[in-house]
Design a protein around this ligand. Structure first.
Ligand code: CTP
Length: 419
């Protein structure tokens, strides 16, 4: 991932005393390689897991844990004040408790009190500790104080147990950090209690056992939406077709599908139990009429033509199901439109027509072609609503675009469904 927006920023990475401290080395690496200035402030117990020399070598700066080191430089005030972003990982139960109480008994907690930039806590601990009411209350307090607290991933923990409390992948932490840098603000925790189903990636329509018709969708935009919605508190199911390796978002249930009809089945089934449905997948409009049982051979006369038939329009089908009462009327339905523009109209004209044709509540319109949108890190476009509003989405990361789309989505969720 490149630092596509160019500016060199100051990142303070606070490391807590947990076994996951070693994974934070990749996060430090991510930011130094993107050209940022990184300062690492471990707690005393963090240094029992990873030595100071590792953090010093990775960041290119000396490391200390105490307020009374380098007193002449007043590090406990300066490091926090000068930071553009603070990431605390792993945020242990003890560290979050001290931060929530406003303690300043080491260099890291003292720096947190002087930081005025976005602060991202990345918790990692055993499930019981994460679920304890004392930890939940500290998380709540930190959020109220303006910090972003990531939802931990689920999976194997230290030892033999598994459950919620794993440190999310370093890539996930870095992506969320990038978003906070870009929007220079905390991520609101405003979608808790809402259920989202989001489709992403391309469908693959089989021709024979080894070949398929596919498309260039990377799945990045749909994955970014799932990632940001989950971190804003939503319960998210991501129905993913083929993708070019975007990492699995933390705290999201992922269901894999192959072709358009499988995607249609999953979306229809799950939409009935969701507050928000987002169709970000690139669905093949056509599929081979028949799938050959055996690999099609070249033959002496060249390729035989492949006859195609039309796939269901999933988005339109979901809107019709809502009209028919099979999906609650309060469900918000969002579509995407990838447009190139042609002699009959520009990208936005085609978007307006598509919004009417699909009947969804919101349509995100992207310009594609010439390397735009497909597989790129950045995106731009418009957000068209059924009520007639048209909002420009300026060029930014797909994560930032997701955050803006979700701001608008949230306004459409009826009051009685709002968390
Ligand atoms: N879509 C869908 N089912 C299809 C095709 C598209 O649900 N069979 C959804 C996409 O996920 C997207 C929206 O419809 O949210 C628009 O997709 P797009 O490919 O831009 O539109 P099409 O309906 O295929 O229209 P056209 O090819 O004429 O532009």
């Amino acid at each position: 991932m490149s630092n596509s927006r160019g500016a060199r920023r100051r990142i303070l990475i606070g490391v807590g005393g947990g076994i996951a401290a070693y994974k934070v080395c990749s996060v430090i690496r991510h930011y130094t390689e993107a050209g940022h200035e990184v300062r690492v402030v471990p707690t005393r117990s963090a240094l029992r897991f990873v030595g100071a020399a590792t953090f010093e070598a990775l960041s290119g700066h000396p490391v200390s844990t105490e307020v009374f080191d380098d007193v002449d430089e007043v590090a406990h005030v300066r490091l926090g004040q000068e930071a553009d972003l603070v990431i605390i990982a792993p945020a242990t139960a003890d560290l979050m408790s001290r931060a929530a109480a406003g303690r300043a008994d080491d260099l890291l907690t003292a720096s947190l009190l002087t930081a005025r930039c976005p602060v991202l806590f990345v918790p990692a601990m055993h499930t019981e500790m994460w679920e304890h009411p004392a930890t939940a209350a500290n998380v709540e307090t930190l959020r109220r104080h303006g910090a972003t607290v990531m939802t931990p991933a689920s999976g194997r923990l230290t030892g033999t147990d598994s459950g919620a409390g794993r440190l999310p992948d370093p890539q996930e932490i870095a992506l969320l950090g990038e978003l906070l840098l870009e929007q220079a603000d905390a991520l609101p925790h405003d979608l808790s209690g809402l259920r989202f189903v989001i489709s992403a990636g391309g469908t693959r329509e089989s021709i024979d056992p080894v070949r398929f018709l596919g498309n260039h969708s990377s799945g990045k935009q749909g994955f970014a939406l799932a990632r940001v919605a989950a971190q804003r508190g939503a319960r998210v199911t991501l129905v993913a077709g083929s993708t070019s390796d975007p990492g699995d978002p933390a705290g999201v249930d992922i269901v894999r599908v192959g072709d358009a009809r499988e995607l249609a089945d999953e979306m229809t089934k799950r939409a009935a139990e969701s507050d928000v449905v987002i169709m970000a997948a690139a669905v093949a409009d056509f599929r081979p009429l028949a799938v050959a049982d055996a690999k099609i051979k070249k033959g002496a006369d060249g390729p035989a033509p492949i006859e195609l038939t039309t796939n269901p329009d999933i988005l339109r089908g979901l809107v019709q199901a809502r009209d028919a009462g099979d999906i609650p009327a309060s469900t918000v339905i969002v579509g995407f439109a990838a447009e190139t523009g042609d002699e009959t109209g520009g990208v936005l004209d085609h978007g307006r027509t598509k919004l009417t044709r699909k009947g969804c509540d919101l349509l995100v319109v992207n310009a594609v072609g010439d390397g735009k949108a497909f597989g790129t890190e950045d995106n731009a476009g418009w957000l068209l609503s059924a009520q007639g509003s048209e909002t420009a989405l300026p060029l930014g990361s797909k994560t930032l675009m997701s955050s803006r789309i979700l701001d608008e989505v949230r306004t459409l969720v009826p009051d009685n469904r709002q968390p």
